[in-house]
Design a protein around this ligand. Structure first.
Ligand code: ATP
Length: 202
């Protein structure tokens, strides 16, 4: 069984940056819930067909991709539809994450789930790492990266789990308030720990 390290954090906390460092420096394979969430509604997928059957072809863009803003409008006007979509897609996403994890060959795998707390998915990981930043840094990085207004970044942060809720599920915390070069020592230290824990569990 693959030893699975779950990685989570709020918007722009640095999950991708951290995961890339684990991969580049230590060859750790990444399974990314956001990538899988897009794959299960890709053109030709069962997920997209089911959504089209339920809501009609107006949820498709001209190129056949899912029109996400249209779907958001539908959910906004009728929140019960979110439960239907979640019930359809969450089991698919979960099954694909498990299948991808089973295919990894590195000494442990990193399972990146941005909404781990919100969707109660921490049980999929043997250990949970939270990338932690203070809110001001998070907002600043969101605004700079996504070119959005501060108010929009604040609304996204407010809709996500709180920093405290995330830290409550953490076995390990990576602090990402300061500049990038402070990350690698933390990641190197954790990598050694995961190798030890993974070997002891084998
Ligand atoms: P999301 O879930 O919103 O996609 P994320 O948690 O994967 O975000 P990243 O994309 O890794 O976060 O980082 C967010 C932004 O902050 C990026 O532009 C990244 O380059 C920058 N960033 C991350 N860590 C640092 C750091 N330690 N110093 C400076 N900039 C950083």
């Amino acid at each position: 069984m693959t030893f699975v390290v779950g990685l989570t954090g709020g918007i722009a906390s640095g999950k991708t940056t951290v995961a890339n460092l684990f991969h580049q420096h230590f060859g750790i394979e990444i399974v990314d819930a956001d990538v899988i969430a897009r794959e299960v509604v890709a053109p030709g997928s069962e997920g997209l067909k089911a959504i089209e059957n339920k809501f009609g072809s107006s949820v498709l863009l001209e190129d056949g991709n899912l029109d996400r803003s249209k779907l958001r409008e539908i959910i906004f006007s009728d929140p019960s539809q979110k439960a239907w979509i979640d019930q359809l897609l969450h089991p698919m996403i979960r099954a694909n994450m498990l299948a991808e994890l089973a295919n990894t060959t590195s000494e442990y795998a990193l399972l990146v789930i941005p909404l781990m707390v919100e969707n109660h998915l921490q049980h999929l990981a043997d250990k949970v790492v939270v990338v932690d930043v203070d809110e001001a840094t998070q907002l600043e990085r969101t605004v700079a990266r996504d070119n959005v207004a501060l108010e929009q970044a604040q609304a996204i942060v407010a809709a996500q789990a709180s920093r405290e809720q995330r830290l409550a599920i953490a076995d390990f915390v990576i602090k990402n308030n300061t500049e990038n070069q402070k990350l690698l020592p933390q990641i190197t230290d954790l990598h050694q720990k995961f190798l030890e824990i993974g070997r002891a569990n084998r």
